[in-house]
Design a protein around this ligand. Structure first.
Ligand code: CAP
Ligand code: MG
Length: 415
């Protein structure tokens, strides 16, 4: 019989093996506890310990996590592979971001970063397309692809929604996008919306000679999402959009399987992420949320505007870099800057985030003084000018829609 207690979960001389998942936490120990005391409790509760000294037989202690590094308020914890069920993200998160978030032993605790071992990564599908959507679905060359979400975010009828889409597509936008809280409401039914929107999409493609597509929000319970994904495919769609945080990681895994079967790309909206990542000393970082999303396999993900837009966001550039980094053969994810963007901010967005992105602009298209069509043209002109290395003010001299957008909004970040 062996007794295991909190101090058994700390070993500052330990070096993790390649097959272990290493997590970095920020912690603030509760009064009366040292960093080492708190680190032991975090490693224990997130693997196989509890508050009592356990009397165990056999090799159970071999799958205990080890807090192996303490640096200021940051600790590193290594988890043996046996702690996890491969291919089950909810189970992994119930360990590394589960009970420990509410432990009294820590006043604050935040999962900051993870170093994923090959076996876990390979047990998930990863992205089906990643940033190759820019040229596999579209023919965008080096430029960012663009999306626009009709505003008001809810309230437009299916017919109005499709009409806004048509104006945006023919004005030069690549993707119509549903808003995160628009699914299947009484004033705008899912089936009618997609039927009408895809008809307009086909018309816009014929008229412009460009490929156009639609990010259809299928968010619902899992079975309904699968049915909606089928409907999108039947109507000739290329993408489904999922509110990945509100719908949950298990549901996202099931949708990812379906997306594979149907050959559809996944646009991941992250509504509710800030409930986890906004407080810098507690919760789960956006970096980790992006990691879960890539490992499961979304193709496009909102990661913020590098604080050029209306939302607060940590480390967009670092997150985007991670989404493009090597991950045991998994594809990359196309970052989506969104929220408060308009033509005047576009050059700065590209300067900060590069052009391998999908720029999402809602109010900045539909709030243009000339309406949606003019707003879409202004956005495309801002992209064209930026990609040609031209100053947008000079370009605006011969491009009326861009000029009007710049006169209205300048380069201001809205609040
Ligand atoms: C943008 C947006 C997006 C947010 C999400 C909105 O509209 O449609 O949902 O950008 O935030 O409803 O606010 P605007 P994030 O272009 O009119 O601002 O990308 O930070 O997750
Ligand atoms: Mg939105």
């Amino acid at each position: 019989m062996v007794g295991i207690e909190y101090s058994d979960f700390v070993d500052l001389g330990y070096t993790p093996n390649d097959d272990e998942l290493v997590c970095e936490f920020y912690i603030e120990p509760a009064e009366g506890l040292s960093m080492e005391d708190a680190a032991g409790r975090v490693a224990s509760e997130s693997s196989n310990g509890t508050w009592a000294e356990l009397q165990v037989e056999g090799r159970v202690a071999d799958i205990s996590a080890t807090a192996f590094d303490i640096d200021g308020n940051t600790i590193q914890v290594a988890y043996p592979p046996e702690d996890f069920e491969l291919g089950n993200m909810p189970q992994i998160l119930s360990a590394i971001a589960g009970n420990i978030m509410g432990m009294k032993a820590v006043d604050q605790i935040r999962l900051q970063d993870c170093d994923w071992p090959k076996t876990i990564v390979e047990s998930f599908k990863g992205p089906q397309f990643g940033s190759s959507v820019r040229n596999e679905i579209f023919d965008a060359g080096d430029r960012p692809i663009t999306a626009t979400v009709p505003k008001p975010k809810v309230g437009l009828t299916s017919k109005q929604h499709a009409e806004v889409g048509y104006k945006a597509w023919t004005g030069g936008v690549d993707l119509l996008k549903d808003d995160e809280n628009l699914t299947n409401q009484s004033f705008n039914r899912f089936d009618t919306r997609i039927e009408k929107s895809f008809k307009k999409r086909d018309k816009a493609e014929q008229e412009t000679g460009e490929k156009k597509s639609y990010l259809v929000n299928i968010t619902a319970d899992t079975e309904t999402m699968l049915e909606r994904a089928e409907m999108v495919k039947e109507h000739g769609g290329e993408y489904i959009m999922v509110d990945i945080v509100t719908t949950g990681w298990g549901a996202l895994q099931t949708v990812r399987e379906k997306a594979d079967e149907l050959g559809l790309a996944i646009h991941a909206h992250r509504a509710m992420h800030a409930a986890f990542d906004r407080v810098p000393t507690h919760g789960v970082s956006m970096r980790c949320i992006a990691q879960f999303a890539r490992i499961i396999g979304v193709d496009q993900l909102h990661t913020g505007t590098a604080n050029l837009g209306k939302m607060d966001n940590e480390d967009t550039k670092g997150i985007n870099e991670w989404l493009r980094s090597d991950l045991y053969g998994h594809k990359d994810v196309l970052p989506v800057p969104s929220g408060g963007l308009h033509a005047g901010i576009l050059p700065k967005v590209v300067e900060e985030l590069g052009s391998n992105i999908c720029v999402q602009v809602g109010g900045g298209v539909h709030g243009h003084p000339g309406g949606t069509s003019a707003g879409a043209k202004a956005l495309r002109q801002a992209i064209d000018a930026t990609m040609a290395g031209e100053d947008i003010h000079d370009y605006a001299e011969t491009h009326e829609e861009l000029k009007k957008a710049l006169d209205k909004w300048g380069h201001e970040t809205p609040r």
